[in-house]
Design a protein around this ligand. Sequence first.
Ligand code: CDP
Length: 273
Amino acid sequence: MSGQRPVGSPFDAPGRPKRESSPGEEVAQRLEGSPPHAPGQGPHTAPVIAIDGPTASGKGTVALRVAEALGWHVLDSGALYRLTALACMRRGATERDPALVARLAGSLDVRFNADIWLDGERVTDAIRTEAVGNLASRVAALPEVRTALLERQRAFRKLPGLVADGRDMGTVVFPDAGLKVFLIASAEARAERRHKQLISKGISANIEDLLRDLQARDARDASRSIAPLAPAADAFELDSSALSIDQTVQQVLRWHGQKTAGRPMDSPDELAG
Ligand code: CDP
């Protein structure tokens, strides 16, 4: 897919004014969830768009932008695994003690405002390091940890809708999601993106190390026995290697519009020409 011309056009949906926000604000906004759902309407009636995919495929940015365009809530499920990993590091716990890690996951003392706080300490940037990401991937392979975080994630499902990003949003957490997207990109494109992202946050990084790390994380995420990284049977695959963020977002919105209207879904290859 070349991704040379714009993909689709914005879906005609009530947009929420976009605003510039710091990476910290974005994360907090994504995790903060929302006000309670409208009276008389259960949280499980809220529609969900699930965006899954490997590390650094752009899921988080795309999910946030799609949610902004639709005026929906957003869940960055990876941040919960990262918070669990950070809590483990602080207490010297490792994946070799699943019961302890699950207890930590289930009792995370997290606060979200413009920043993310763990046990009263600001951790907005601390959870984004590669060390935390690597431990997150290891503790995420523990069934006890996934169970401990399941309901926490489902609680983000509120009207008017939720865009959830992660590895198992479409397969385990929200199997009834109205639209499931599996976002991929080549390992090289992802390493480059991750490199830019870290440098822009003032975190030094080496692209070869990042490539090696993300390949190791892909292998671990895809081979674990519980909730492995894999597209749901009814997911639409989108390769963003040669697409801009805008093009990727427009494709997801276009699919959402087609699904909602009951129209046939187009293929990203046709659109990217
Ligand atoms: O930024 P990156 O995509 O590398 O990771 P993330 O989305 O912040 O998630 C951190 C780690 O948590 C991933 O490497 C996964 O192993 C794990 N994870 C998971 O197992 N299931 C999810 N729904 C989200 C994240």
